[in-house]
Every structure is written in C-alpha cells, then in structure tokens.
Write a protein that binds this ligand. Structure first.
Ligand SMILES: *[C@@H]1O[C@H](CO)[C@@H](O)[C@H](O)[C@H]1NC(C)=O
Ligand SMILES: *[C@@H]1O[C@H](CO)[C@@H](O)[C@H](O)[C@H]1NC(C)=O
Ligand SMILES: [Zn+2]
Length: 292
C-alpha cells in the first residue's frame, strides 16, 4: 500500500513537471497574474482570495498554471488554450473557434467568454459552477490568448511543428514564444530573477506605456472583456513577428531575440492589465449587488 502510494506520488510529480507543450511557460503565466494582482481593487482582491483554493495561499499567481497541469486529466480542456486560423492573419470567431471535432466555442476565446459568464453567477447560491476552477481557468486563458502563437496557423499547430534552433538548442517556434524568449531575457537583462523582470514591466506600465493602457482596457460597447480583439492582435503579431523570416530548421539568435522580446514583454503587460480590469469589473459589480 505504502509502495503504491509512493509510486503514485512519483508519477504525479513527473507529470506535474512535464514541459508545457502549449502555453506561456510557468514564468509567463506567473508574471501575468502577478501584474494583475497589483491592479485589483480591494473588493476584487478580497473575492479572488475567497475563491482561490486553500493551497494557493491567497496568491492568484501561484495557481496561474493550474490549467496546464489539468489539461491531461480534463482532456476536453486542451483545445481551450489556443485558437487556429486557416493560414490567414486575422481571427474570425465563427470560422476559427472550435475544437478538432468541430464543436463550436471550444477555443481560447470561447473559454474566456465561458468562464467570465460563470464568474458572473458569483453570489448566486444556485450557481452550478465550481467558481474556484472558473477563476483559475480564466486567469490562465487571459494569458494564453495574448501569446501570439496561441492564435496561429492550424497547419503548423501554432508553430509547434516548425523545428528551429534557439541559439544552439533545438526546439520549436511555439516553445520559443512560450518559454525561450522569456528565459533569455531573464538571463540577459534581469539577473535570472522573475521579480526583477516583473518590476521592469510594471515600470513601463506606469511610464512608457501609460498613454496606451486605457486603450488596452477598453472594449467596444458595454462588454466586460473582449477576447476577440485580443485574439486578433495575437494572430497579427504572429504574422508580423513570430512567423516572419522563420522557416523549418531556421537558427534564431540575437537578431530575432532583440526584435521580438519587446513584443513578449508588452503582451504580458497587456494580459495582466486586462485580467485585472476584468476581475475588477466582475467582482465590484457583484459585491455592489450583494450590498443592496
Ligand atoms: C465551459 O465550462 C465548462 C465547465 O468547466 C466546460 O465543461 C465547458 O467545456 C466549457 N466550454 C468552453 C467553451 O469553455
Ligand atoms: C520598456 O519600454 C522600452 C521603450 O519602449 C523598451 O525598450 C523596453 O524593452 C521596455 N521594457 C520592458 C521590461 O517592457
Ligand atoms: Zn495554456
């Protein structure tokens, strides 16, 4: 019995440590959620803490990669991490938001709408949803939709089948955008320290980008969030930067890195600010309603 338990624990930790095939790496998601946390209103922050599982220790960022850990257990959730276009540089919900069986809404944009709607039932005792899971999914997918190659071409699976060398290491283009650009930036500029990198991004949010931030957060009409817009931006950036000048077997090094890492840093900032705005919108109206 004890041996079986031991084997299970070892297996579980191996699985938990398996590389992310299809998401900003752990660092990317962590930064998105850390940035968001700083811009939550007191009310939103309180309700987020209330919804988090106990082992999150009140820290949203600590469960920001949970959706990647359960993608094998909840197989239906795997297509919710991305969307693909048929080789074109624009996103069209009706055309592109489905899983491989053609089931509608099963893509990252549909998922953001879905978990936003679920969280809108907060405070309603008849809500059938596990809102702790809804929150963890939402925080994760808001990150994914900002990774340009999470809205890439179907033919190359968002760059997964494009084998490249990142400096001297063999990898694929999708992984370069999930992980390698962030890792190299951390090593070259931030002393390998995630918090230093987050601080640098925060600094730009308050200085360099302050004029744009309002616009990042604005959606057309009354919409509380607009994942269609985020996905459209991503596929455009995928065409203009991620896929540009890359072929099967390309070697990507300084030229590519120095022209692309600013895109990655800005997408992380946008994802964080938009997640905060969304959670603030969701939870301030709810707590206002609760107080009536
Ligand atoms: C919406 O959420 C439910 C519960 O997690 C899930 O079963 C369903 O597949 C989700 N659909 C989309 C489009 O995200
Ligand atoms: C901050 O903005 C400057 C100017 O656009 C840019 O060069 C730099 O890479 C940005 N740094 C971060 C951490 O985003
Ligand atoms: Zn993901």
């Amino acid at each position: 019995m004890a041996l079986l338990l031991f084997v299970q624990i070892v297996l579980f930790s191996l699985i938990a440590r398996a590389p992310n095939l299809d998401a900003w790496g752990k660092e990317g998601h962590y930064m998105v959620c850390k940035i968001a946390e700083q811009y939550l209103t007191a009310e939103a922050s309180e309700l987020v803490t209330e919804l988090l599982p106990a082992d999150a220790g009140g820290d949203l960022a600590s469960v920001c990669s949970w959706a990647d850990e359960v993608r094998f257990r909840f197989r239906w959730s795997a297509p919710l991490h991305y969307a693909n276009t048929p080789g074109v540089c624009n996103f069209n919900y009706a055309r592109d938001c489905h899983n491989s069986h053609g089931e509608k809404d099963m893509c990252v944009v549909g998922a953001i709408n879905n978990y936003t709607a679920q969280l809108q039932t907060y405070g309603d005792p008849s809500s059938p949803y596990d809102l702790s899971e809804s929150l963890m999914f939402l925080a994760h997918f808001m990150g994914d939709v900002h990774q340009p190659l999470h809205v890439g071409f179907a033919d190359d699976e968002g760059g997964n089948t494009i084998i490249v060398h990142w400096y001297r290491r063999k990898t694929n283009l999708h992984h370069v955008w999930d992980v390698n650009i962030i890792e190299t930036a951390m090593k070259d500029f931030y002393n390998n320290d995630l918090n230093t990198m987050i601080e640098a991004i925060n600094m730009n949010i308050t200085d360099e980008w302050s004029d744009e931030v309002n616009q990042w957060e604005t959606c057309r009409g009354e919409s509380i969030t607009c994942p269609n817009k985020y996905a459209s931006e991503s596929i455009q950036l995928a065409c203009d930067y991620a896929y540009k000048d890359v072929d099967q077997d390309s070697t990507l090094e300084d030229d590519y890195f120095f022209s692309r890492y600013p895109i990655v840093e800005k997408r992380i900032a946008q994802a964080g600010m938009r997640l905060a705005t969304l959670l603030n919108g969701l939870f301030s109206s709810k707590s206002a309603a609760k107080n009536i």
